[in-house]
Design a protein around this ligand. Structure first.
Ligand code: ADP
Ligand code: MG
Ligand code: ZN
Length: 190
């Protein structure tokens, strides 16, 4: 073993319900089994479930720290940490790219999960940049809720005219390329 391990950035990406969080948790649990010291983070904006845990749609979870910015994430990294896991990375500011790069340069293993596209099918910053600097990118797929095919898109099914709408199956469903309808959902009449 080298005295100072070589760090890396791994990205797990795909649509909603594609198993990004499950895959992140799987890697975290294996790292803990290997006696690595892990710190897991999520953006404070993602308040769908427990604020102190990363929880998948299938209800598996790990402890996590909710932080508002990439700077506050970086400040909380302990000297003893080997692995940093980040869920919902698309909700972080662009500084998350440099933070992940710096941590990897210091020898840490960084695993970041997040949406590759928003609900209009547009690349979801800062995920494209994160994917570019990563050593390894894993794309995962959901099951299309219309035809049962391989889903790669997140279809917003309720009206709300903002890019960021934190929600689950009440607001979004997974769709394949053929069943996905890229359109602005008109705001509900007031
Ligand atoms: P992500 O983090 O990508 O949104 P999660 O890891 O939280 O996804 O959840 C994946 C789980 O969601 C699956 O194991 C399954 O139990 C559930 N699920 C619900 N709807 C779907 C769907 N349309 N396709 C695949 N999995 C789904
Ligand atoms: Mg998730
Ligand atoms: Zn389909």
């Amino acid at each position: 073993m080298p005295a100072r391990p070589v760090g890396s950035v791994e990205v797990i990406t795909g649509s909603m319900f594609s198993g990004k969080t499950e895959e992140l948790i799987r890697r975290v649990k294996r790292a803990i089994l290997a006696r690595q010291r892990v710190q897991a983070f999520k953006p404070r904006i993602d308040d769908r479930y427990d604020p102190h845990r990363i929880v998948s749609h299938g209800a598996i979870s790990v402890d996590a720290i909710a932080v508002a910015t990439s700077a506050s994430l970086e400040e909380r990294i302990l000297d003893t940490t080997d692995v940093v896991a980040i869920d919902e990375a698309q909700f972080f500011d662009r500084g998350i790219v440099e933070v992940c790069d710096r941590l990897a340069n210091r020898g840490l293993r960084v695993i970041a999960a997040g949406l590759d596209q928003d609900y209009l099918g547009r690349p979801f910053p800062p995920m494209p940049e994160l994917m570019a600097i990563a050593e390894q990118v894993t794309k995962v797929n959901a099951v299309c809720s219309v035809c049962g095919g391989t889903a790669s898109r997140s279809q917003r099914i309720i009206p709300k005219a903002t890019t960021v709408l934190v929600g689950g199956s009440e607001s979004y469903e997974a769709r394949c390329r053929g069943c996905y309808e890229p359109r602005e959902v008109p705001p509900a009449p007031t």
